[in-house]
Ligand binder design. Structure first.
Ligand SMILES: [Zn+2]
Length: 276
């Protein structure tokens, strides 16, 4: 007998007759489907559950989405589900002994952006540094440390934004159109993950987004903002940009150098990337 601590499934390829423990109740696995997760979806499984068939007992009311997410994998990271060689929808119900293959999105796949107009993001709380980095590179990024899960879900759904989070359970909400679970806890690596996942390198537009409020930045005449500038900036810089929303002024000083350093960290082979 193989028993797994996680509710609903146990590792190994089974055809029938596997005995299964759920909480304090012993069940016969008369309604069992066999799942195999591919590629990056294995990141959501325990090491000993990865790249093998997993037997999962299910109740009649459970959909494919319910089962996949009960095993720990959020639906937004799933590109396609096949049962016995046939494609199935998330709201479909499986038959006993179905053989199910679950595939992830590959980096930059067009399907990833189905229903998503542009590469626009909404970020979970505690991702403030990543939000500023994305804005710095020109990506429309909603972030507010006071937003709660229902509000994040609503923004992602209503504005058709990609939700980035470290919270796997948040990505399981049905209304979220697209999303990604950040594997790393470190900002530079998170930025690399997002750039790779959404193929962002060709869409960098510095000096288009305000790092503070996500407002649009536009070129502005020096004489219009000169009173807001530190003395040295007045002397040595002549090219300025201003946020239409909060009126913050930007120029190619230390801010610009930090941006170049960031891009060089993400793309070490493109150290001389021109951001102008
Ligand atoms: Zn602003």
């Amino acid at each position: 007998m193989l028993v797994d601590k996680a509710p609903g499934f146990c590792p190994g390829a089974f055809t029938f007759g596997c005995v299964y423990l759920s909480g304090y109740t012993l069940h016969l696995m008369s309604h069992t489907a066999h799942f195999r997760f591919h590629g990056s979806l294995n990141d959501f499984l325990r090491p000993r559950q990865r790249h093998i068939a997993l037997g999962y007992t299910f109740a009649e009311h459970q959909t494919v989405k319910d089962m996949i997410e009960a095993m720990g994998v959020p639906h937004v990271e799933v590109r396609e589900v096949m049962a016995n060689g046939e494609k199935v929808d998330f709201d479909q119900r499986l038959q006993p002994e179905d053989q199910v293959e679950v595939y992830p999105y590959e980096n930059g796949e067009e399907e990833l952006l189905t229903g998503i107009a542009e590469r626009r993001f909404v970020l979970d709380v505690h991702l403030g540094t990543l939000a500023r980095s994305l804005r710095m590179l020109g990506f429309d990024t909603v972030y507010d440390q006071h937003l709660h899960d229902p509000e994040l879900t609503q923004i992602a759904s209503k504005e058709q934004r990609i939700l980035l989070t470290r919270d796997v359970n948040l990505l399981k909400h049905k209304a979220i159109p697209a999303g990604y679970w950040l594997r790393s806890q470190h900002t530079a690596e998170q930025l690399r993950e997002v750039f790779t996942r959404y193929k962002l390198a060709d869409y960098i537009r510095p000096f288009t987004r305000c790092m503070v409020c996500n407002g649009q930045i536009v070129p502005v005449e020096k004489q219009e903002v000169v009173e807001q500038l530190p003395p040295n900036t007045q002397l040595y810089f002549n090219e300025f940009y201003q946020c239409r929303q909060c009126k913050r002024v930007y120029w190619k000083g230390s801010h610009y150098e930090r941006m170049q350093e960031t891009v060089c960290r993400i793309f070490p082979t493109n150290g001389n990337m021109d951001l102008s």
